[in-house]
Ligand binder design. Sequence first.
Ligand code: ADP
Ligand code: MG
Length: 251
Amino acid sequence: MPPILSTTNLGKTYRSNNQSVDAVSEVSINVGSGEFVALVGPSGSGKTTLLAMLATLLESSNGTIAVDGYAFDQMNAKQRARFRREKIGFTFQDNNLVPYLTAIENVELMLRLNSKYNASTSTRAKDLLVRLGLQDQLNSLPSQISKGQQQRIAIARSLIHDPRVVLADEPTASLDTQRAQQVVQIFADLIHEENRAGIMVTHDLRMCKYVDRVIQMVDGSINRIIETKSDIDLLAGTSEFDKLSAPELIK
Ligand SMILES: Nc1ncnc2c1ncn2[C@@H]1O[C@H](COP(=O)(O)OP(=O)(O)O)[C@@H](O)[C@H]1O
Ligand SMILES: [Mg+2]
């Protein structure tokens, strides 16, 4: 089966005045249907830049990205925006919830923008929020709930329009460990059950327990890919990045 998401030699160079930073270079990855991947690596290693390119929010400098066989670089801006609305779901660190809409309205908004709002929309929005533990906050405004609850609304919103690709940049950063594990487990289930391709950036290696593959980035490039269940469990049992160089994980 062809991958849902695939990149070839993907790169991004930020240029300003006479400075240039190679934030991402030569990244080639494939993520298949129902596959959930964690992206880890030190701060500044290019994780957010990579995710933003995959979300079509940032133009690449080199290489290609394709989703469902459609290459981003062959689309014009309008086609790309439409593709993003229909095929891609994302949560970034600042959730950007609309302050005057309730939890459920924030989730439904994605479908209203896509003109795909119908009778079953509210039900699906509600189901997702309940599954993420927000049954008591369905009608709350973002200002009335915690940062962690806002983060879970953003996760529900990223899934409501049935996207092929789901991207999340540190989706559990505001959650305590127990809640974070619950949320990532549900997120993983939704990716597996609904055959999406999922990528989650996380600084918390314990969250790797729920993924199928871990990609470690260093200085903008892929440094290591960890994909056997036993190695992933070993990694999830460590809590520090320097343990990533534990001899048993070096292949
Ligand atoms: N808009 C930008 N302009 C210039 N440099 C940037 C910009 N965004 C990120 N960078 C640089 O690109 C590199 C990768 O950053 P980033 O993708 O945010 O990494 P991470 O998410 O892994 O912390 C860093 O050196 C960062 O300083
Ligand atoms: Mg980042």
